[in-house]
Design a protein around this ligand. Sequence first.
Ligand SMILES: [Zn+2]
Length: 139
Amino acid sequence: MASASASASYRCAACGADLNVTAAHLFPAGLYFEAGNKGTLSFAWMDESRLRFAPEDRIAPFFETRNYWGIQRKRTLISCDACGCLLGHIYDDGPPVMDGIGQLGMGPSQVIPRHPRYRIKIKAVAAPAPPPAAAYGKQ
Ligand SMILES: [Zn+2]
């Protein structure tokens, strides 16, 4: 796993553009996602000014995990705004939004809205540079 200082930004692996997100914007390690998290990084927030979004809505069977499969797939493509390279997708399987009063204001027993998950392919981004040498030598 990438160990990174919380202040260094991830970059687009294709063009080097600064995506203005850091390891601090990742969901906590080990958080469960219905669609899995293999080979990807899951961000809770991304700087939308650095990205392009496009809806993906197609009829095609998919099977990512035992809990995440279907026939029609709706998700949002995330691309680098600088070079257009595909970085990942927005999934709707983030943690439930528990601090509200539920959808339509009808209380939490309604379908629980979920936080978006910015699921980025590890190979599509360059990890932040390691922290300066000052960090070494301390245990
Ligand atoms: Zn790029």
